[in-house]
Design a protein around this ligand. Structure first.
Ligand SMILES: Cc1ncc(COP(=O)(O)O)c(C=O)c1O
Length: 388
């Protein structure tokens, strides 16, 4: 009887599917998955509708991406970060950042190469590396401030290191790494001639006074970095799954070789709307950040009211809460309790760790605050029961 390939045998169902099912069964307010429960800006949706109705954008776009979208990505990188990106040779449109990262790994990392992964990591990174035959080498961030130990980082580099998978603003810790922290990483990458695959999907979800700095903008880094991002978080369209990779043409060509045989091309009308979205004025991002600052503060209030300690996130729409003062079990038991007894869903972070470092978050849970203010207030009310 045919069965699964060995390649996928170790992979369970993602924790997000499990939590969503349990949350739905128990009518819990779902602060698990980073899925906004409000809609995207009307003008961005209208652009997608226009593209659908234009009669011009319902067939295959170029595999590399619609020219308008690639120009939009390059202009955005130039306007916001001062980066010089070639829209014709330095950009590939992908099926979300998820494919951007996978195509980057397939196109730039060989079987047997080591890739440094910072923990906690986004859940697709390690399965992506394993499917590519690469070996993840883990470096944990240290709670409660989620700092990177420069010595541990240095020790992770070896002659077999090919790349570092970097994510700032970081899911799930809410860290936005400083230029000093990134300089340590950049210097090590230059010294060891290592690539960076930089996941910057939360580039616009940053709270004052933190600033997002693309690692590609550090001296000597553009030529060794491919940057992945997407429309999902910045424009509240996580369901569109349209993203991109940009970087130096020599590396992007490798990503493109993989992309052409993974998806070939991605949803054409959304790329037109994406070009429009990327040209939003600075005020759009200020308003987005103001909206998320209110949500972050409501989330922090809800956690404090429930006796859960947390470092205030500097970016993203996630916060990691430490429940050790109010609950005896581990993160999986806490999540189960919160969903079934309190009616609020969160995500246990241990699946975002290697076995070796999982203990670091045994008393923590991740909460997503990309939700209506009233949803967050209601969750806060329910969570007060945790103290009783
Ligand atoms: C850190 C990180 N990277 C990548 C992704 C995936 O992005 P996309 O939905 O554009 O594929 C997410 C989505 O939650 C994320 O949090």
């Amino acid at each position: 009887m045919p069965t699964f390939a060995n390649r996928v045998l170790p992979f369970g169902t993602t924790i997000f599917s499990e939590i969503n099912t349990l949350a739905a069964q128990h009518g819990a307010i779902n602060l698990g998955q980073g899925r906004p429960d409000f809609d995207a800006p009307v003008n961005i949706i209208e652009e997608a509708v226009k593209a659908l109705q234009s009669g011009q954008h319902n067939q295959y776009p170029p595999g590399i991406g619609a020219p308008e979208f690639r120009r939009g990505i390059a202009n955005h990188a130039s306007k916001v970060y001062g980066l010089d990106v070639d829209p014709d040779r330095g950009v590939v449109a992908t099926a979300g950042a998820t494919e951007a990262i996978f195509a980057s790994i397939l196109g730039l990392v060989d079987p047997g190469d080591e890739v440094i992964v910072i923990e906690p990591y986004f859940d697709s990174y390690v399965p992506n590396l394993l499917m590519a035959g690469a070996t993840p080498v883990f470096v944990p961030l240290h709670p409660p401030e989620w700092t990177l130990d420069p010595d541990e980082l240095k020790a992770a580099f070896s002659p077999r290191t090919r790349a570092v998978l970097w994510n700032s603003p970081q899911n799930p810790t809410g860290r936005v790494f400083s230029v000093e922290e990134m300089t340590v990483l950049a210097n090590l990458c230059i010294e060891h001639d290592v690539l960076v695959i930089s996941d910057e999907v939360y580039e616009h979800l940053v709270f004052e006074p933190a600033r997002h700095i693309p690692i590609a903008s550090l001296p000597g880094m553009f030529e060794r970095t491919v940057t992945a991002s997407s429309l999902g978080k910045s424009y509240s369209v996580t369901g569109w799954k349209v993203g991109w990779v940009y970087g130096p043409p020599e590396l992007v060509a490798g990503v493109m070789r993989a992309h052409q045989f993974v998806t070939f091309a991605v949803h054409h009308p959304s790329q037109l709307a994406g070009a429009y979205a990327l040209a939003q004025p600075g005020t759009y991002y200020e308003e987005l950040q103001a909206m998320y600052t209110v949500k972050r503060d409501l989330m922090m209030e809800a956690l404090t009211g429930a006796g859960i300690k947390a470092k205030t996130p500097e970016g993203t729409y996630f916060v990691m809460g430490d429940f050790s003062d109010i609950f005896d079990g581990d993160d999986l038991a806490f999540t189960q309790h919160l969903i079934t007894e309190i009616g609020v869903a969160c995500i246990p972070p241990s699946p975002f760790y290697s076995d070796e470092h999982r203990h670091l978050v045994g008393k923590m849970a991740r909460f997503a605050f990309c939700k209506n203010d009233d949803t967050l207030r209601q969750a806060g009310e329910r969570m007060k029961k945790l103290l009783k």
